[in-house]
Design a protein around this ligand. Structure first.
Ligand SMILES: Nc1ncnc2c1ncn2[C@@H]1O[C@H](COP(=O)(O)OP(=O)(O)O)[C@@H](O)[C@H]1O
Ligand SMILES: [Mg+2]
Length: 595
């Protein structure tokens, strides 16, 4: 039953009860009063008739006749008028009469009296009145009148009806008012209900109208305050959660948290990428979506309270370091969280460092062993042999030079790698620079019987450090000369390519095997060790060149056809927009100069 129906029902119940009690009481009173008034009017009737029959009774004792006269006063059909002698009986009816009724007995005492009782003769309840007929001090007779009680009741019935109609009207009015009152009470409650439902649907901060100052109005105000607070709290929580998510998402480490039953609580983007955990798997058991038994058992152990760290092999050959810790909510174990860090690169650079130490030691040892050997030979007596001493000392000098070069290259490389080198960037005319460097190598090329030529598009200007570009070019030319046999040809060219300036060094030397090609820019890497060792190279030249080019914002590449030659090229950012294509063919306005 709705509140409104309850209100209305109780309201109507109260109103009808009040109406019923008041109506019953009023009717009861009216009934009493009316009966009394009716009896009084019967008394008056009796008195009047007594007055009327007095002269007749004064003259005659014939009560039957006088009664006949009195009957003319019967005022309505059904009313009764009788005359009795002073003893209260009717002499003409003989001795076998019933005793006189009480009102008649009272009238004998000289009073007018009334009574109400069942009348056996009329077979109904009637109201009686009796009045004495006086003449001087003498009682002449008694006038006895009566009327049916039914007449009173008929009158009363009409009153009853009036009351019923009035009651029904009152009840109708009460219903109308009750409806309005109950609506005015329940309407704000309904609005509150609608507001609460809106909040439960997620419309936090929904307000309800407040247009009254009573308890319901205050309830609405409190509701609005609560809704506002709720909206603010939810907003704050949302912001905090977003922040947390943003932090987690920006972590490079994978974070995976599971609940006490092994269900996935949280997983960030790195976890999706590194471990392949789908991000929509939140709530599902982790072992259904993650196929890494090692990580799962670590999480189990952590959930049981044992914090653990281990190295983890990831699919795809990557290596990670994982730390699992228990989550404690209110002191109870509430799952575990794993932080997985991809350490593949770290491990690789550790390995490279170890290899570097091994390589450096190895590279240093060879010349040192050679020097030691010749010095020992000299000390053992070869010093006395002038010719041999000189030859040995020359070898020692060459080995020392090689050591010095090696150490210099190492220092250079380590300075470059630790970014301890400053570049003085400026516009560099690459054509000019290449011409200078090539010209400087000319004597060596001539000595080796190799043709060295160079060629440049005009106005190719790069933003670079000229000393460093020279260093790179020297390294490439050095290699080309080293690996190109007599009769070969080396060609340096400079050209513009979109936003970049390119320098290409081509040779017709022995080339680089395809297996070695991807590694030539690595430290200490030498294709065909036995032959290059003799050429005195350290295997650091190209590594240094690559660093230098990249640190100037460029890149370097090598291509080769084994047996036919190699092509090394490096690109540097242009200092200006590419020059519009000249009207002449662009094969170079500057004639290639030949050795
Ligand atoms: N122009 C070239 N022709 C053939 N092989 C080359 C050429 N340039 C470099 N290489 C190969 O690359 C290796 C590494 O070169 P580099 O780093 O300059 O070391 P190094 O010159 O000290 O040997 C060389 O040992 C050689 O095997
Ligand atoms: Mg070299």
């Amino acid at each position: 039953m709705s509140l409104r129906a309850k209100l209305l029902a109780s309201y109507l119940a109260v109103v009808s009860l009040a109406l019923a009690v008041a109506g019953a009481y009023a009717v009861r009173q009216i009934e009493k009063r009316y009966t009394r008034t009716y009896a009084a009017s019967l008394e008056t009737q009796a008195r009047i008739i007594a007055e009327a029959v007095r002269p007749h009774l004064a003259r005659t004792q014939d009560y039957a006749w006088v009664e006949q006269v009195a009957k003319a006063y019967e005022w309505r059909k059904g009313a009764y008028v009788g005359v009795r002698d002073p003893s209260g009986t009717k002499p003409h009816l003989g001795p076998s009469q019933p005793p006189p009724p009480p009102e008649v007995l009272q009238a004998r005492q000289g009073q007018v009296a009334t009574a109400e009782r069942w009348d056996e003769w009329a077979r109904e309840v009637r109201i009686f009145a009796a009045a004495p007929v006086w003449d001087g001090g003498r009682l002449l007779g008694i006038v006895h009148v009566s009327a049916p009680r039914l007449w009173v009741e008929r009158q009363l019935q009409q009153i009853w009806w009036a009351f019923l109609v009035a009651g029904a009207l009152a009840l109708g009015a009460a219903t109308f008012l009750g409806l309005r009152i109950s609506r005015s009470i329940t309407r704000p409650l309904r609005e509150l209900e609608a507001g609460a439902q809106a909040i439960s649907r997620g419309e936090y901060g929904r307000q309800v109208p407040v247009d009254r100052g009573d308890e319901v109005g205050r309830l609405a105000q409190a509701f609005n305050r609560m809704a506002q607070q709720l909206a603010q709290t939810i907003e704050r929580i949302r912001a905090e959660r977003n922040q947390l998510e943003a932090v987690l998402a920006s972590l490079r480490d994978a974070v995976v948290a599971v609940g006490p039953r092994g269900e996935l609580l949280l997983c960030n983007r790195a976890a999706a990428e590194m471990l392949g955990v789908p991000q929509d798997a939140i709530g599902r058991p982790l072992r259904e979506v993650l196929d890494l038994p090692q990580l799962l058992s670590l999480l189990d152990a952590a959930a049981a309270g044992r914090e653990q760290s281990e190295e983890l092999r990831l699919p795809g050959g990557r290596v990670a370091e994982v730390t699992c810790s228990p989550i404690r909510g209110d002191g109870n174990p509430a799952g575990a969280v794993a932080v997985v860090r991809d350490v593949t690169d770290l491990r690789r650079s550790e390995r490279l460092r170890r290899e570097l130490v091994a390589n450096v030691s190895h590279e240093l040892r060879t010349p040192l062993t050679s020097i030691k050997g010749f010095v020992e030979t000299l000390l053992a007596g070869a010093l006395r042999d002038e010719d041999n001493s000189r030859r040995f000392l020359e070898i020692i000098e060459a080995e020392t030079n090689r050591l010095t070069k090696l150490v210099d290259d190492l220092l250079e490389l380590s300075r470059l790698e630790s970014k301890g080198v400053t570049f003085r960037m400026q516009p560099v005319d690459l054509g000019e620079l290449c011409a200078q460097v090539a010209a400087r190598h000319q004597p060596r090329a001539e000595a080796a019987g190799v043709r060295l030529e160079w060629q440049a598009e005009p106005g190719v200007v790069a933003t670079a450090d000229p000393d460093r570009v020279e260093q790179v070019l020297t390294n490439l030319l050095d290699n080309a000369l080293k690996f190109t046999p007599e009769g070969g040809r080396i060609r340096v060219s400079v050209r513009q390519e979109a936003q970049e300036a390119v320098v290409v060094v081509e040779d017709t030397g022995r080339g680089i095997p395809p297996d070695d090609l991807p590694h030539v820019f690595e430290r200490f890497y030498r294709a065909d060790r036995s032959r290059t060792r003799s050429s005195g190279g350290s295997g650091l030249g190209l590594a240094i060149a690559k660093h230098l080019v990249e640190m100037q914002g460029g890149r370097i590449s090598a291509t080769s056809t084994p047996g036919h030659g190699s092509v090394f090229a490096f690109w540097l950012p242009s200092a200006r927009e590419p020059v519009p294509a000249p009207s002449e063919p662009s094969t170079g306005s500057q004639d290639p100069r030949t050795a």
